[in-house]
Ligand binder design. Structure first.
Ligand code: GTP
Length: 235
């Protein structure tokens, strides 16, 4: 069974139906799901996107805000989400540390690889925020990078869907969910589990990417325990 995992949540997931901001019920749900892992002795790193607050690319789309600035705004948004998740976890008794790839030392610790490892070893959930600290990189890439750095056994991409299908399930009623696919399959246009940079990084480092439905209770723990047929694994 996996001992150390990195879970990537999208920022949009936090927003719920509203599509914007932070939904306290979803926040509470995510915290409970993570608590199940911690109670099982699994070391957990988390990366959350920022799309519920701002999306780097679309912020710049109007042409007023430069892409670089839009991306920095997005990175700051992930810090806001990280603090929300930290509070939700600590509210139910889970010890956490937030680290940031951009130094905001009044708010959280800077990202220090060796310190992150120590926190994980002590059973603290480490929430990695501010992406990679660089514009032009997605939070999926940041999550993959952190997963590789902390030598996680897998990166779990927590989504609204159960997994990856051979064709678009919204269009084809005979679409079949794939239990396993290769990194090269994951790069194909109609699949695109993550952006190319993230998948290439995972491939180079043989990091399995698990795509699963985060809204099904107990799913994360079941997946880590090896239950089959409830997610898709890229490896
Ligand atoms: P141990 O060394 O294992 O005891 O870890 P620790 O994180 O408890 O040690 P430390 O004394 O460094 O941190 C105590 C608290 O301060 C923790 O909640 C940290 O998250 C927080 N902290 C540490 N460094 C910083 C920082 O640079 N900025 C902010 N805002 N908080 C920090």
């Amino acid at each position: 069974m996996a001992k150390r995992v990195l879970v990537k949540f999208s920022g949009e997931a936090l927003a719920g139906e509203g599509g914007f901001g932070i939904d306290s019920e979803i926040l509470g749900f995510i915290a409970q799901e993570i608590k199940l892992l911690v109670e099982d002795g699994i070391e957990v790193g988390i990366v959350i996107g920022g799309g519920n607050i701002i999306r780097g690319v679309s912020a710049s789309a109007g042409g007023i805000i430069k892409r670089t600035s839009g991306d920095y705004m997005g990175m700051l948004a992930t810090v806001i989400n990280a603090i929300a998740v930290q509070e939700a976890l600590e509210h139910i008794g889970i010890s956490t540390r937030v680290q940031s790839a951009m130094e905001i030392k009044e708010v959280c610790e800077p990202y220090i690889y060796r310190r992150a490892i120590r926190h994980l070893q002590k059973g603290r959930v480490v929430i990695f925020s501010a992406g990679t600290g660089n514009p032009y990189f997605t939070t999926d890439t940041a999550a993959t990078l952190r997963a590789v750095e902390i030598e996680a056994n897998m990166i779990i991409k927590a989504t609204k869907v159960d997994g990856v299908y051979d064709k678009d399930p919204a269009k084809f009623s005979d679409a079949v969910m794939l239990n396993e696919l290769s990194y090269d399959d994951a790069l194909k246009d109609h699949i695109k589990v993550m952006d190319d940079t993230a998948i290439a990084l995972a491939k180079d480092n043989k990091l399995p990417i698990v795509v699963c439905n985060m809204f099904k209770e107990g799913n994360l723990l079941k997946i880590i325990k090896g239950e089959e047929g409830i997610c898709s694994t890229v490896k």
